[in-house]
Design a binder for this molecule. Sequence first.
Ligand SMILES: Cc1cc2nc3c(=O)[nH]c(=O)nc-3n(C[C@H](O)[C@H](O)[C@H](O)COP(=O)(O)OP(=O)(O)OC[C@H]3O[C@@H](n4cnc5c(N)ncnc54)[C@H](O)[C@@H]3O)c2cc1C
Length: 450
Amino acid sequence: MNRPDSTSIRGFRGPITAEGAPGALPSMQTAVTVRPELTVEPLDSDDVARAIGHAAERGMPVSVTSTGHGATSLTGGLLIRTHRMSAITIDPDTRVAEIGPGATWDQVTAAAARHGLAPLSGTAGTVGAVGYSLGGGISPLSRTFGYAADHLVDLDLVTPDGRLRHVSAEDDPELFWAARGAGAQLGVVTRMAFRLFPIDQVRAGALPVIIDDWAEAADRFATWSAGIPDHTGTFLSLKSFPDLPGLPEVIRGKRTATVYVTSLGTESEAVDQVRALGGLVDRSAGLAPTPPAELTAVFREPAGPHPFQGDAMATSGIAAQALATNAPCLEAEDRPQFVFIHRLGGEMAAAPDEGSCIGNRDAEYLARIITGPGPAHDPAVIADEQDRLVRSLSIEPAGRVLNFLFGDNRGVAPAHDCYAPDDLRRLVDITARVDPDGLLAPARGRLDGR
Ligand SMILES: Cc1cc2nc3c(=O)[nH]c(=O)nc-3n(C[C@H](O)[C@H](O)[C@H](O)COP(=O)(O)OP(=O)(O)OC[C@H]3O[C@@H](n4cnc5c(N)ncnc54)[C@H](O)[C@@H]3O)c2cc1C
């Protein structure tokens, strides 16, 4: 592969940084090493096209990042950082948001809230709205409205041939189908439009679990959540923090267990649902009316950069006893271990009319593991352990869930595990047409295995 002769790109207007220049690459993920040959920060779609043209002429693999929540290790090639392209426009009449690829959910939810509208954002406001939506996008409101990607209206995409394409169900149905769930395989998105919903409040709460036995708690959670209405979303979070220096005193050496509930039902329905949780949670916590833009305060995701590795399996049911069998591993003394069980289903089971490549539509639950590795941990060893754990928690594992695969575990949890076999074949055909020379290097690997 040829090296670039300089750090200049013809006509490029944004900053360009060569490998080895001072200044760390900011990223939410600190468990990976990102060392591109050239990092570019485009100001607009023309800049993106120029950068891709430059890389194509030199055979440099192209990667793209916004916030780094989904980052994996990379060495060499050209990295496109989209953070300078974060414009947001809300059309209150059509209820559509148009955003640049650098916009975060915090920025989008705040802009939409000014018009009494809400997007299908996730539990963390720091996540990039475009990266999230291209991978499907599971919102606390998805059981009511579906995946975020189901509500894409259209997008602009620079493909590896340097062309800026307008992709919608009418203009380019094939790419539109692929963009809804596998968008990172197609090029660099420079603008995205998606639907918003007229929601002024959600009843939401973080309910502390009062049962010490995690297997019993998970079993009760799965039974309760099997019967909830579609206007309710929920997940169970089980966290074990070892007694290690460096961890905040308030969590060090502790286990926490919480049921998160979001409901668009009436107040009395919300009260009934919490009551139905019986002796599983401390019911005095309850659900409080919460503006959508403030929902992230309920979930309290980590706000700053940290190391994490994660695997995620969609499944028909939860084998809760696996939490007891694997207790020594889930309560490891040298690393934080988190288990999350999400209720899927509802509108997520229904593909939109124009189709989408999102897999696992029939799955009822999502079982996932997050590990907070230290520098001495081998990602491959953690990947094998997590694979075993998510499988043991799953009755009939259905497939992996792209957005919740984190860190350097591509060998065990690759992108192609996330799609139905027919959809995967169709995606491989599409990417072969769009990127015949294999220029793109998506964080979770190419679907054709190159
Ligand atoms: C704390 C936390 C909470 C989360 N909560 C949720 C949640 O509730 N629901 C959910 O579904 N997911 C959630 N996620 C997962 C998140 O949606 C994915 O990690 C997503 O890929 C992050 O996108 P990003 O742009 O922020 O990250 P980045 O690491 O910057 O991007 C991730 C990948 O997306 C692709 N990508 C990004 N921008 C573009 C672009 N412009 N064009 C083409 N490809 C692009 C690239 O392949 C890139 O490697 C969460 C993650 C974390 C760490």
